[in-house]
Design a binder for this molecule. Structure first.
Ligand code: ADP
Ligand code: ASP
Ligand code: MG
Length: 406
C-alpha cells in the first residue's frame, strides 16, 4: 500500500554532474523504499540552458523562438534519461518522459508558454506499475505538436502543475540552498533562512529577482493551494514552507531583499510630448509579447521628452527592434539600450501599514553614494534601478538597514 504521492523537483545545480545525479537517485529511491509513489521533475544539468542560449547567440542574435524551444528542451531530455539510468543502477524501476510524452499541453507562446492542461493518464499508468516516473521539466507541447518551454526556471512550474494535476500529497523543490533566505545567501552570507513564507511574499520576491523560485510556479501554487517545501538536495534538513498564511509573532516590515541583474533599460529620445505616443509604443511592444516592467517619462520643457522602460534581457533584442520601428514611424529620435543596470528591491507585507520605509531605503542608498535611476512601488515592495557595479553593496546595506541579518 502506497503512503501517498510526492512530486520532487531537482534543479540544475542538483544534477550538475554524475556524482550529483547519483545523489539524487539515492534520495529518490530512499523515499520509494519508505513506501511513497514518486514523480520526479528534473532541470537541465548545471548551466546547460545558459550554454545553449550562448550557442544560439553565436549563430543568430534574434533567433526564432520556436527554434529556441526546440534547442532548450534538449537540456532536460539529457537529465531525465541519466537520472533513470542512475535509479536503475540502484535496482529500482524508473522511466523517463519528455513533457510532450506525458501530455503537458501548452499555448503557443514560445519561450514563455502557459500550461493549458495535463493529460496525467500516462504517469498514473506507470505509477501503478510501481515505477518512479521522471519528467523533463520546463517543457510542453502545443496543439500544433511544436515543443514549447515555460520560461526560465520553468521546471518549478512543471512540478507545481503536476502536483496539482496528480493530487500529490506534497511537492518538494530541491535546490542548492537550504530554503528561502532573507536575501540571496551567495551575496550576503548573513542572510537568514525563513521557516514559512506566504505565496504573496514569495511571488513578489520571485518576480523581483529571487531566482530560487520561478514566479509563475508560485502563481499556480497559490491559485490551487499547493503547499511547497523548498529544501536542499545536499542536506536532510527541513527547508522553507511556502503556504497561504503565516502566523507571525510580530509584524515584520521588510521580509526580504532581492536583486535582478537580468534587465536592460531602453530609452526612446526626443518623442513629441502629446497624447497617444506612449500608447503607440507600448501597444506595439505588447503585440510583440515583450514584457515591460518599469516605465519613466521625463518632464518635458521643450515639448520633446524621453521615454525609458526596463525589459528582461531575453526580450531586449525584440524590444529594441520594435522600439526602433515605432521611433521611425512617429518621427522620434535615437533609441539606446543600457545593459549596465540592476534592480534592488525590498519586500514585505508589513509595508502596507508602516510609514518611512521608502525614505529608509533611499537614505541607505544615498549613504552609500548610489544614485537611483528609476523607482517603482507596489503594495508590498519598493524597487530602485541603480548601476550594476553597486548592486551587491546595495543588497548588503539594505539587508542590514532592515534588520534581516542572523
Ligand atoms: P535550481 O537550479 O535548483 O533551480 P536556482 O539557481 O534556480 O536553482 O535557484 C537557487 C539559487 O537562488 C540559490 O543558489 C541562490 O543563490 C539564489 N537565490 C536568490 N535569492 C534567494 C533567496 N532569497 N533565498 C534563497 N536563494 C536565493
Ligand atoms: N533549465 C531551465 C532553465 O535553466 C529550466 C529550469 O532550470 O527550471 O531555465
Ligand atoms: Mg531554478
Amino acid at each position: 500500500m502506497s503512503k501517498g504521492l510526492i512530486v520532487q523537483k531537482f534543479g540544475g545545480s542538483s544534477v550538475a554532474n554524475p556524482e550529483c545525479i547519483k545523489n539524487v537517485a539515492k534520495r529518490v529511491t530512499g523515499y520509494k523504499k519508505n513506501g511513497y509513489d514518486l514523480v520526479v521533475v528534473v532541470s537541465a544539468l548545471g548551466d546547460t540552458t545558459d550554454e545553449l542560449i550562448t550557442l544560439a547567440d553565436q549563430i543568430n542574435k534574434d533567433p526564432s523562438e520556436r527554434e529556441m524551444d526546440m534547442l532548450l528542451s534538449t537540456g532536460e531530455q539529457i537529465s531525465v534519461a541519466l537520472l533513470a539510468m542512475a535509479i536503475h543502477k540502484l535496482g529500482f524501476e524508473a522511466i523517463s518522459f519528455t513533457g510532450a510524452q506525458v501530455g503537458i499541453i501548452t499555448d503557443s507562446s514560445h519561450m514563455r508558454a502557459r500550461i493549458i492542461k495535463i493529460n496525467g493518464g500516462k504517469i498514473q499508468q506507470e505509477l501503478k506499475k510501481g515505477k518512479i516516473v521522471i519528467v523533463a521539466g520546463f517543457q510542453g507541447i502545443n496543439l500544433n505538436q511544436d515543443i514549447t518551454t515555460l520560461g526560465r526556471g520553468g521546471s518549478d512550474l512543471t512540478a507545481v502543475a503536476l502536483a496539482k494535476e496528480l493530487k500529490a500529497n506534497s511537492c518538494e523543490i530541491y535546490t542548492d540552498v537550504k530554503g528561502i533566505y532573507t536575501t540571496d545567501p551567495r551575496i550576503e552570507p548573513k542572510a537568514k533562512k525563513i521557516k514559512e513564507i506566504t505565496y504573496d511574499e514569495m511571488l513578489e520576491m520571485a518576480s523581483l529577482g529571487a531566482q530560487v523560485m520561478q514566479p509563475r510556479s508560485i502563481e499556480v501554487a497559490k491559485k490551487f493551494d499547493v503547499p511547497l517545501h523548498v529544501r536542499s538536495s545536499f542536506s536532510p534538513d527541513c527547508g522553507t514552507m511556502i503556504i497561504k498564511e503565516v502566523k507571525k509573532m510580530e509584524e515584520v516590515v521588510v521580509n526580504g531583499v532581492t536583486l535582478n541583474k537580468n534587465e536592460v533599460k531602453i530609452t526612446l529620445c526626443n518623442v513629441s510630448d502629446k497624447p497617444g505616443v506612449a500608447a503607440k509604443l507600448f501597444k506595439e511592444l505588447a503585440c510583440g509579447q515583450v514584457s515591460v516592467d518599469m516605465i519613466v517619462q521625463n518632464v518635458s520643457h521643450t515639448r520633446q521628452t524621453d521615454i525609458s522602460f526596463t525589459t528582461p534581457k531575453t526580450d531586449s533584442a525584440k524590444a529594441l527592434r520594435i522600439t526602433k520601428l515605432v521611433a521611425r514611424r512617429i518621427g522620434a529620435g535615437d533609441v539606446s539600450v543600457d545593459q549596465d543596470i540592476a534592480r534592488v528591491s525590498i519586500v514585505g507585507v508589513g509595508m502596507k501599514s508602516h510609514h518611512g520605509v521608502a525614505a529608509g531605503m533611499f537614505g541607505v542608498l544615498a549613504e552609500n553614494k548610489i544614485n537611483i535611476e528609476m523607482i517603482s512601488t507596489s503594495d508590498i515592495s519598493i524597487s530602485c534601478i541603480i548601476k550594476k557595479k553597486f548592486a551587491e553593496t546595495a543588497v548588503r546595506a539594505l539587508h542590514k538597514k532592515f534588520g534581516l541579518a542572523k
